[in-house]
Design a protein around this ligand. Structure first.
Ligand SMILES: Nc1ncnc2c1ncn2[C@@H]1O[C@H](COP(=O)(O)OP(=O)(O)O)[C@@H](O)[C@H]1O
Ligand SMILES: [Mg+2]
Length: 526
């Protein structure tokens, strides 16, 4: 917060005539403006379409000056004509920056050129950081980040005064827990705790957590995910595991002093059902970071124009909750056909990807992004470029020894002793099976054994394997070309080279529609 205020003061002192502040939290913007007007000893006007023109008084409160002033241009005239200069904040001005109100934009541009004496500063506020192109070149945008611990402690002070309760000044756990909330949301959470408990101490944390869960849920695109897997549940993927454990050490101040940046994240590409989502959960539990799942499909799900707001909010929340793992499962789902959709959705997809990539590049906070994708040809190429993710791994079908390992893992999960089964034989018969299909074979075997009223034996699993038609068989060609693609662009997650897939004797079985290549993916010949 203070950092933003300092930037504001600096820009204002450096002679900027027009500034843009982006945030949903208009009270915070008002607060900043009141501070700035005191600091620069300038009068302050605040205009909004709902309450007209207000002016700051001696007591640093906003007093109605003309409640019928509905036209932002007239407010700008007030600023222009003022003899002593001043600051004018136009709140929630975004609807007036649409092309049909061209005059407003034009007036803003006029004020960009106004003489610096007397000192006049126009401040535009909008929830999102976008400005029309003719303004974006002239007007610097400052995006408010979510409140830090210091700002939250002011909220706590305010609530304790307003609601006449006590607080535990030694206890920062409450403030730490509230990171990720806006000022309003924190006020609400602290307020509820104050009323019920009369004291803001350790017990109040649960109120904050409840509010945070609500906010994350309401964001519609983020979800707290209880990591229900750990590294020992993942068979194979040795290279990836080693790499991850090295990166895991690189969080924290020691690494910073050593000259390392916080790891950015990893992109996992490859065959479906081979443990990509599984390892995303395992990362969070082995590092003991909260796991936040971002649903790209939902980012685009809402009303047109909201997609960018959605992704920005999600990234801000993740950042405020750092350290955390931000898991973007099947990232290609939201981004499919990005190139062509430039026309159909006015470039929204491209802008969402742009926002995400810029954030990836600039973020300093320890938010470890774990993105997974099954279909490489649907991914925008800029996502694969060096420097976005720390590394791209290719997750292939498990090889013989890894299949044994995966079978053992899932047998153990079912309270069976792996050494009582012929794992070597099972693995040999299940060439081309994914981890998910191996798991399914065991489940199927269990059903059959139970129906026969006997204990599970190797033969039950063999029977299940024999009736399974693994996905790799219909996708033999795709997997082959995936492997060629991955050879030059990604690291192998496994320490063993992939096996040759057996030739299929039923090559001409009809394919399901979703298994054939989509003809409309740009840059592909059918
Ligand atoms: N390498 C593996 N080790 C152990 N289990 C696996 C492995 N790969 C897949 N599985 C099983 O299959 C399920 C689905 O795998 P998942 O990680 O969702 O695949 P995807 O690569 O498509 O994300 C997992 O929850 C797990 O039970
Ligand atoms: Mg998955």
């Amino acid at each position: 917060m203070d950092e933003i205020y300092e930037r504001l003061v600096l820009l204002a002192k450096a002679g900027a005539n027009v500034l843009h502040l982006a945030s949903f939290e208009w009270e915070r913007i008002q607060g900043l403006m009141i501070g700035l007007s005191s600091e620069l000893e300038l009068p302050l006007w605040v205009w909004s379409s709902s309450s007209g023109l207000k002016r700051r008084n001696e007591a640093e409160l906003l007093e109605v000056e003309d409640e019928n002033l509905g036209d932002p241009i007239e407010a700008m005239l007030t600023l222009r004509e003022s003899k002593d200069g001043g600051i004018l904040l136009l709140e929630d001005i975004h609807p007036f920056l649409e092309p049909q109100h061209h005059q407003v934009t034009r007036w803003v541009r006029e004020l960009c050129r106004i003489s610096a004496n007397p000192r006049r500063l126009l401040v535009l506020s909008t929830p999102l950081p976008e400005l029309p192109i003719e303004l974006s070149k002239e007007v610097p945008t400052i995006e408010l980040t979510l409140p830090d611990v210091e700002a939250l402690s002011k909220v706590r002070e305010y609530v304790t005064e307003e609601l006449d309760c006590t607080f535990d000044s030694e206890n920062d756990a409450l403030l730490e827990a509230a990171r990720g909330l806006t000022v309003m949301e924190a006020k609400l959470a602290f307020g509820q705790a104050a009323i019920e408990l009369g004291h803001l101490g350790a017990q109040a944390v649960s109120f904050v957590i409840r509010e945070k869960e609500r906010v994350i849920k309401q964001s519609g695109v983020l979800e707290y995910y209880e990591p229900d897997a750990s590294m020992v549940d993942v068979g194979g993927l040795e290279h990836l595991k080693t790499w991850l454990s090295r990166r895991g050490h690189a969080f924290g101040p020691g690494a910073r002093r050593f000259g390392l940046d916080s790891p950015k994240g990893v992109l996992l590409l490859g065959v479906q059902g081979c443990g990509k989502s599984l390892i995303a959960k395992a990362i969070a539990s082995s590092w003991q970071f909260p796991l936040l799942r971002l649903d790209m499909g939902k980012v685009f799900g809402g009303i047109v124009g909201q997609s960018e707001g959605n992704i920005r909010t999600a990234l801000q929340v993740a950042q405020a909750l750092a350290p955390c793992v931000l898991w973007i499962d099947e990232i290609e789902k939201g981004l499919a056909g990005m190139g062509s959709s430039d026309l159909s959705d006015a470039g929204t997809t491209a802008r969402v990807v742009g926002t995400f990539l810029t954030w990836m590049q600039e973020k300093r906070e320890p938010v470890f992004v774990t993105a997974t994708a099954n279909q490489i040809d649907l991914l925008p190429p800029e996502l694969l470029r060096k420097g976005r993710f720390d590394e791209i791994f290719f997750v292939d079908l498990p090889t013989q020894t890894i299949r044994e390992e995966i079978l053992a893992i899932h047998l153990k999960k079912k309270e069976r002793k792996p050494e009582e089964f012929d794992l070597e034989k099972l693995a040999r018969l299940s060439i081309g099976f994914s981890g998910a299909e191996l798991e399914e074979a065991i489940r199927e075997g269990l059903f059959n054994a139970f129906a026969e009223g006997v204990e599970l034996q190797t033969q039950h699993i063999i029977d299940a394997i024999e009736v399974t038609y693994p996905l790799s068989r219909t996708m033999r060609e795709q997997i082959k070309s995936l492997r060629i693609w991955a050879k030059v662009r990604a690291r192998l997650a496994s320490h063993e080279d992939p096996e040759e897939l057996p030739k299929d004797t039923t090559e001409d079985i009809p394919k399901l529609r979703q298994e054939t290549r989509n003809l409309f993916v740009p840059g592909k010949k059918s």
